[in-house]
Design a protein around this ligand. Structure first.
Ligand code: 5AD
Ligand code: SF4
Length: 473
């Protein structure tokens, strides 16, 4: 598609804007996008690039929904876009550097099309020092918007149309407009059930950038999941920084029970859980409801009680191991995965060995391991005894080697068993086989003829650390 050069950003917006609210900003942006449609014969295009976690993926789907409601069409080619939003992550420095380097590339796109609107959203846009950096060193960026702020997007775009750069929005918008997210193709869907976090783990930036915890109302969530099931979604993940502290009118366990009793052929997942808030009721609901995936992602972070205390995690090894026993007792085949941080300030060799020990003891099916990254403004960044990079790297490599062995050991136990698998179509790495996920979220590569989005049974013939292999039966 060719896009004609245009002068749309000079398109005049008639109303005086000091008294504007959400609706007025929306209507004005729609006037603008309509003007482009009339001039050009096609709607203006918007591109949203996402960095980071599933919560960000879900936020991007809402941002796309808002853009569509403002008259944009979504493109996956940034070069064609009239509006680019970069949804950033701030969890580790590496994530920020990557996002900044992407934003850097957009300088050329803006030079080629000065009327392009560029906004930076997400966690990095709630950090004052990053917002200052965007404002001062990235003159082609029009605005920044903190996470879960699609309600502020119309105003920000309106400002950009009027050539006003805006870097004043540092706090998430408390009102979430009722918009239809534009979801990725396929049979998986994310449903955010809550936003923010109150836990203040000492290493983590999330409570500062995503704000305090707030839950959506349970009825609204039930309606959304009902609609998703009716539209054919088969794999639905409930998202929140700590879903166990959901309080949108009922407990998380009872929300899960209600959702799992809905009619239809689907699997229900959730993430993430905090070990301090896992309840016997939640374990019972998981065990009793066939539609709830037998997968628990339970971030451990460290196996040393001393480090867990310094991390402000509010549980110890014993508590964590007791959850694992309770889960395995209720669901012997449950898949347990976790997050581990290596090289937290003050971590000794002994602390690290305690982490290796618990990994082996629990036998995690999969681990997401991270080298500790100091985050400006968090207590851990100010702690003495920051661990040298070589020591962190060495521990990280040892942890990966152990987890490879543990993961393979766990996966080998699946050989000779049959699992229900949701087919995701041909594998990207080897298109001669199909790929899919078990209810436990394990990747399965298999021979068969199932269409994408169908549940089928697969007999497992072989296994390695990160995948199972088998045949459709
Ligand atoms: N450094 C490294 N890893 C971190 N995580 C959160 N903050 C940091 C940090 N500062 C990890 C935790 C969390 C996961 C989402 O990211 O393990 O569970
Ligand atoms: Fe960060 Fe801890 Fe909240 Fe998770 S629970 S988002 S690690 S502060």
């Amino acid at each position: 598609m060719t896009i004609k050069p245009c002068s749309e950003r000079n398109f005049s917006i008639s109303m005086f804007d000091s008294s504007y609210g959400f609706e007025e900003y929306c209507n004005s942006v729609r006037e603008y996008t309509n003007g482009i449609l009339k001039n050009r014969g096609t709607s203006p295009l918007a591109y949203v690039r996402t960095f980071g976690c599933q919560q960000n993926e879900a936020d991007s789907e809402r941002l796309r929904g808002m853009l569509v409601s403002l008259g944009y069409l979504i493109t996956d080619d940034e070069k064609l876009a009239d509006c680019i939003l970069v949804n950033t992550c701030a969890i580790r420095e590496h994530a920020e550097i990557r996002a900044l380097s992407f934003i850097g590339q957009y300088k050329h796109l803006k030079a080629a099309n000065p009327r392009m609107i560029i906004g930076v959203c997400g966690c990095m846009s709630a950090e004052k020092h990053r917002v200052d950096q965007l404002k001062n060193s990235y003159p082609y960026v029009d605005f920044s918007l903190p996470p879960a702020s699609d309600g502020l997007l119309p105003k920000a775009i309106y400002g950009a149309i009027k050539h006003r750069r805006d870097f004043t929005n540092l706090e998430s918008c408390s009102e979430m407009p009722n918009i239809q997210p534009v979801r990725a193709e396929g049979s998986k869907a994310w449903v955010s059930i809550m936003y923010g976090c109150n836990n203040f783990c000492s290493y983590c930036i999330v409570p500062y950038v995503r704000g305090r915890e707030r839950s959506r109302c349970s009825e609204e969530i039930v309606n959304e999941v009902k609609e998703l099931v009716c539209s054919g979604y088969k794999d639905i993940t409930l998202l929140g920084q700590n879903v166990n502290s959901f309080n949108g009118g009922c407990s998380f366990a009872s929300l899960l029970r209600t959702l799992a009793s809905l009619e239809g052929d689907f699997v229900l997942r959730f993430m993430t859980s905090h070990p301090k808030d896992v309840t016997p009721e939640l374990i019972a609901v998981m065990a009793e409801c066939p539609k709830v995936a037998k997968h628990f992602h339970l971030p451990l972070q460290s196996g040393s009680d001393r480090i867990l205390k310094a991390m402000n995690r509010r549980y110890d090894r014993e508590k964590y191991l007791s959850h694992v026993s309770a889960l395995r007792k209720a669901m012997p085949d449950i898949v347990i995965t976790s997050d581990i941080i290596v090289g937290f300030p003050g971590e000794t060799e002994e602390d690290f060995e305690a982490t290796l020990d618990i990994i082996d003891r629990v036998g995690f099916d999969m681990l997401y391991s991270f080298i500790y990254s100091p985050r400006k403004g968090t207590p851990a960044a100010e702690m003495e005894n920051q661990i040298p990079r070589e020591v962190q790297n060495n521990r990280f490599d040892r942890l990966l080697a152990l987890q490879n062995a543990v993961g393979e050991r766990r996966n080998k136990q699946s050989v000779g068993k049959t699992y229900r698998v949701l087919c995701e179509g041909p594998s990207k790495t080897d298109p001669s086989v199909l790929c899919g996920r078990t209810d436990g979220n394990k990747l399965v590569l298999f021979k068969g003829d199932a269409p994408e989005g169908k549940f089928i049974n697969v007999y497992i013939t072989d296994a390695e650390a990160y995948a199972l292999h088998g045949n459709q039966i």
